[in-house]
Design a protein around this ligand. Structure first.
Ligand SMILES: Nc1ncnc2c1ncn2[C@@H]1O[C@H](COP(=O)(O)OP(=O)(O)O)[C@@H](O)[C@H]1O
Ligand SMILES: [Mg+2]
Length: 265
């Protein structure tokens, strides 16, 4: 079935109905225009418009409090923007939430699992949420978790914990993966091996939305990066182009200039 961009009218009247399958191949995995979100007096997102192309790794950077998590939560359908228009994989994240959930894998900043759960049990549980999950045994092998299969989540080191969270984000065979500060707190070696996994994800054709603090990570992984400052987009371009436009020598310097101070400065 082919779905247009406009809501499909229901038989009963003008109320839009939920669609139960995502359109096959939208050019853009995310289309956002005019997104605005407030929490009381705090403006977390202020008229944010951007597109994420299918198959790209799209970085979102910004100082703490810039609105990155709010933005990816809106994309995932977990928060409702106050204003603006949003399509994710051709779907409306709120109206088509159930359908979208089948195609989006999420690693949230605040992800947590019951500590006593073992690695294989967590994967088995997550797989049960999806209609056509991948075989989680293959994920265990692929993400180097074979020796940890029976280890309780609480006993995993930071690096293995992140691998498990990536595997959990992928178990539903998603077309879009949202990874919020995936490598924050990891040592350099674990960060590097996590990067390799993200590249493999991209090579498999998954679109990746990557919230990150690290310029080296952005440089290594992202096709394009968006810089948020107090809920507004202050730059959106390929990492090399951002550096060039800034007149600075490194991406880190360019990003620091663009980000300005955050909540904790
Ligand atoms: N649930 C909430 N209630 C009130 N304020 C919030 C909530 N979540 C985030 N904020 C505020 O909104 C702003 C953006 O936060 P967030 O999206 O978490 O930014 P980031 O992920 O870039 O650090 C911050 O000022 C933060 O304090
Ligand atoms: Mg955040």
């Amino acid at each position: 079935m082919i779905f247009g961009k406009t809501p499909i009218p229901s038989r009963r009247g003008s109320q839009p109905v939920q669609v139960d399958e995502a359109p096959a191949d939208p050019v853009n995995s995310v289309e956002a225009s005019g997104l605005t979100k407030r929490y009381g007096d705090t403006v977390a997102l202020d008229d944010v418009s951007f597109e994420v192309r299918a198959g790209e790794v799209f970085g979102i950077v910004g100082a703490n409090g810039a609105g990155r998590t709010t933005l990816v939560e809106c994309v995932a359908g977990l928060r409702r923007p106050d204003l603006g228009h949003l399509r994710v994989l051709g779907l409306d994240p709120r109206r088509d939430a159930q359908t979208l959930r089948r195609h989006v894998g999420i690693h949230l900043q605040q992800s947590s699992l019951q500590d006593s759960l073992r690695v294989w049990e967590a994967l088995d549980l997550y797989a049960s949420f999806y209609k056509s999950p991948v075989d989680w045994n293959s994920l265990i092998e692929r993400w180097g978790l074979a020796d940890k299969r029976r280890t309780a989540v609480s006993k995993l080191s930071g690096g293995f914990r992140q691998r498990l969270f990536i595997a959990l984000a992928l178990v539903g065979n998603p077309r879009l993966a949202i990874l919020d500060e995936l490598t924050t707190g990891l040592d350099s070696r674990a960060r590097r091996s996590t990067w390799r996994l993200v590249k493999e994800m991209r090579d498999d054709g998954v679109t990746v939305l990557l919230v990150s603090h690290y310029p080296d990570e952005i440089e290594s992984l992202c096709d394009r990066v968006m810089v948020l400052r107090h809920g507004r987009i202050v730059a959106l371009d390929a990492p090399a182009s951002l550096v060039e436009a800034s007149g600075r020598r490194t991406l880190e310097d360019a990003i620091i200039d663009l980000e300005g101070g955050g909540d904790d400065q």
